[in-house]
Design a protein around this ligand. Structure first.
Ligand code: IPE
Ligand code: IPE
Ligand code: MG
Length: 228
């Protein structure tokens, strides 16, 4: 059997929670609960397939513009998620990194996040980046400002080094669930040569088999990086 190529770093735009709930006659928050419950099984499966790093888009810089009730619910869910899974993550040699503008998050959420990051800092088996209050454009601006502050030259390589996901390298594959064909400000700089995979499956329904389909599709892509 031919060995299948496994993407080392996978980014996932976890979209479609609201529509998943609406299709069941429920409020959007019901979909967010189902979506958050799905994170663990996909993380577990991806790492078991040999993926080294995962970057999950949980909340964009633009998602603050949603109704306050929904934003509050999402922040509450994130806190619950971290509290619940940190121990498991640490035990499984996963390093947890939150990527995005942390300053704008609530103090108690920042505290749970930092607990998770600190207790997993020495882990080297896998990296789990969770993107919260994340925007690709904002990340590039942040990286350039870091370079300016330290007096370093602004070059392609130096910007790469200052990105939030620098530890994970560039994503080989970016998956978007939920049927939209766009990046919505996700990994704009590091995604320059990522393979893109779009599926209509809504995030709460995206299971192990669906992830396998994406990995198989990646395996059949010819990556040229501008060469012939
Ligand atoms: C993705 O699902 C979760 C977040 C953006 C936080 P959505 O909430 O965007 O669900 P749809 O796209 O409205 O169905
Ligand atoms: C992207 O989904 C953000 C996350 C999945 C966290 P959105 O639902 O916010 O994206 P748009 O508004 O459809 O572009
Ligand atoms: Mg959406």
């Amino acid at each position: 059997m031919e060995e299948i190529k496994i993407p080392a770093h996978v980014g996932i735009i976890m979209d479609g929670n609201g529509r998943w709930a609406q299709a069941r006659g429920k409020k959007r928050s019901y979909g967010h609960h189902a979506g958050s419950a799905n994170v663990d099984r996909i993380v577990t499966h991806a790492f078991s397939r040999g993926v080294k790093a995962l970057t999950l888009y949980a909340f964009s810089s633009e998602n603050w513009a949603r109704p306050k009730e929904e934003v509050d619910e999402l922040m509450k869910l994130l806190k619950t998620y971290f509290k619940k899974f940190i121990k498991k993550v640490v035990k499984n040699d996963v390093r947890l990194i939150v990527v995005g503008g942390k300053e704008q998050l609530s103090e108690d959420l920042i505290k749970v996040i930092e607990d998770g990051e600190n207790s997993s800092r020495e882990n080297s088996g896998h990296i789990l980046n969770i993107a919260i209050n994340y925007g690709g454009r904002q990340e590039i601006v942040h990286a350039v400002n870091e370079l300016i502050k330290s007096g370093e030259e602004v070059t392609v390589e130096n910007i790469s080094r200052k990105l939030y996901t620098a530890e994970s390298g560039e994503p080989d594959l970016i998956i978007r669930t939920g049927g939209e064909y766009r990046l919505s400000n996700f990994l704009l700089y590091q995604g320059a040569y990522s393979e893109l995979y779009f599926t209509d499956v809504l995030w709460p329904d995206f299971d192990e088999q669906e992830l396998d389909k994406a990995i198989t599709a990646f395996g059949s892509r010819k990556r040229r990086f501008g060469k012939v």
